[in-house]
Design a protein around this ligand. Structure first.
Ligand SMILES: [Zn+2]
Ligand SMILES: [Zn+2]
Length: 137
């Protein structure tokens, strides 16, 4: 991970811009059905931050509540999926970073739900997501 650069990014039309402060708690792939739908991809990759460590510098993201207390944000102008939000965390989708190469994923969440033909970095650890306020998966 590049310790100098800030994780910054935004949507395809640049109406929404964000910046993370410091290093993320985790960088991982999530294989759950909700992440796959939100990103229209076989697997989602994201940087997880404590919510107060992410600043939105421009624009206003739209949020879809995919389950109680869990928000999935996107740009209502260009449709780019941007974040997963809940449990005091905000996850930035790696595909929206300016410098995604600085943040290689180190683990998998919900690996048991993966698309069976999606073989990506299968040597990385498979773990349960741990939220700051509980050990709930
Ligand atoms: Zn946009
Ligand atoms: Zn997920």
């Amino acid at each position: 991970m590049n310790q100098q650069a800030k994780p910054a990014g935004g949507c395809m039309c640049s109406a929404i811009r964000y910046e993370g402060i410091g290093d993320p708690l985790y960088i991982g792939y999530c294989h759950c059905s909700s992440c796959r739908h939100h990103t229209s991809s076989p697997v989602a990759a994201m940087l997880v931050f404590e919510a107060d460590k992410v600043s939105f510098l421009a624009g206003k993201r739209s949020i879809y509540e995919s389950s109680p207390g869990i928000g999935r944000s996107f740009c209502s102008k260009c449709g780019t999926s941007l974040t997963w939000e809940g449990h005091g965390l905000i996850s930035l989708l790696i595909g929206t970073l300016d410098n995604p190469d600085d943040y290689p994923p180190t683990l998998h969440w919900r690996y048991e739900e993966r698309s069976l033909w999606c073989d990506v970095a299968s040597d990385l650890p498979k773990v349960k997501m741990v939220f700051p306020e509980s050990s709930q998966a």
